[in-house]
Ligand binder design. Structure first.
Ligand code: NAP
Length: 298
């Protein structure tokens, strides 16, 4: 396996507690992101009518930031935008040292709608720039050229820094890349975990070759990888976990971030989960253990 384009640094941020996790280059850029970010699906409620728990959620995000996961992924559709409000609460005055990724929804991909969605996200996030703006899902009714034109306009205006996609196939990723004239598609956010391996067929090799970072969502299979069963392949997971003195979740996340161009964004509202997930970085599964896990769950 090739060496990761990441480095381990221990520079401090605002206080002595804050450490950075390993970093990886984002796409073809020199921008570096922590190998583990913080997912926010369900944070801030699933809809306007079911809000609550914002302070707890923001404090879980703040803990994740303190533990070095200084990369938050959100979307305009999460909690109908309220997730972005909670991200702003969590980030507070630390904006400059947090990498914020958000997404424009599939129904908002027409030129003017992208611009409008971005303005609304900036307002909710209480910031004047978004580090990574992603197209949440493809929409075949709107030409990708139109969407990408709006994305490049936002870059020109300094409102977004990098452009990404999500849930795009190889063909759609290529079309998105071709639609850009001055920027590149730096990332594709897709479902990827030990138990969901569809991207290994063509998307993962394509993105490795094209240097498009894979941002793995549902990396612990929505909690399933922490529970699971007792038979094979779970026995293999437990054996590996015991060997490293780690938990199932930590091994499952480490297996992902051992891959050259993959970073992962587990979501956790429970502070214990946040700490456990942060402990999934800073060490490395041996290649033979990565292989054993790949086979066991194939
Ligand atoms: P996930 O991160 O695989 O799993 C989240 C669930 O696992 C939560 O119920 C969480 O519980 C639990 N959990 C977290 N850490 C744990 C641990 N150490 N031990 C046991 N349970 C643990 O799933 P996800 O939320 O679907 O995916 C992560 C993020 O990816 C999302 O939040 C979102 O930002 C993004 N996403 C993007 C798309 C897309 O279309 N682009 C789709 C889905 C998700 P607690 O919250 O109670 O701690």
């Amino acid at each position: 396996m090739s060496v990761l384009t990441c480095k381990l640094i221990s520079s401090r941020c605002h206080n002595d507690e804050t450490i950075w996790l390993e970093l990886k280059k984002l796409g073809r850029t020199n921008v570096e992101v922590p190998v583990l970010g913080l997912g926010t699906w369900g944070i801030g409620g699933l809809s306007n009518s079911r809000r609550g728990g914002e302070e707890e959620d923001a404090s879980a995000l703040r803990l994740g930031l303190e533990l070095g996961m200084r990369f938050i992924d959100t979307a305009e559709m999460y909690g109908h935008g309220h997730s972005e409000d909670v991200v702003a609460m969590a980030v507070g005055e630390e904006r400059e040292s947090v990498f914020i990724a958000t997404k424009v929804s599939a129904e908002n991909l027409a030129y003017e709608h992208v611009l409008r969605s971005c303005e609304a996200s900036l307002k909710r996030l209480k910031t004047n720039y978004i580090d990574l703006y992603q197209v949440h899902w493809p929409n075949t009714r709107i030409p990708i050229r139109e969407t990408m034109k709006a994305m490049e306009k936002l870059v020109e205006e300094g409102k977004i820094r990098e452009i990404g996609v999500s849930n795009f196939s190889v063909k759609q990723t290529r079309e998105a890349q071709e639609a850009l004239s001055r920027k590149t598609v730096v990332s594709n956010q897709v479902e990827y975990s030990l138990v969901e391996r569809s991207i290994e067929g063509d998307l993962l090799p394509y993105c490795e070759k094209e240097r498009v970072t894979i941002i793995a969502y549902s990396p612990i299979a929505r909690g399933h990888l922490a529970g699971g069963g007792r038979d094979d392949p779970w026995r293999t997971l437990d054996t590996v976990a015991q060997r490293y003195g780690r938990t199932r979740t930590q091994v499952a996340l480490n297996w992902l971030i051992c891959k050259e161009n993959v970073v992962a964004i587990p979501k956790a509202s429970n502070p214990q989960h946040v700490r456990e997930n942060a402990g999934a970085a800073g060490w490395r599964l041996k290649p033979e253990d990565q292989e054993a896990l790949s086979k066991a769950f194939s």
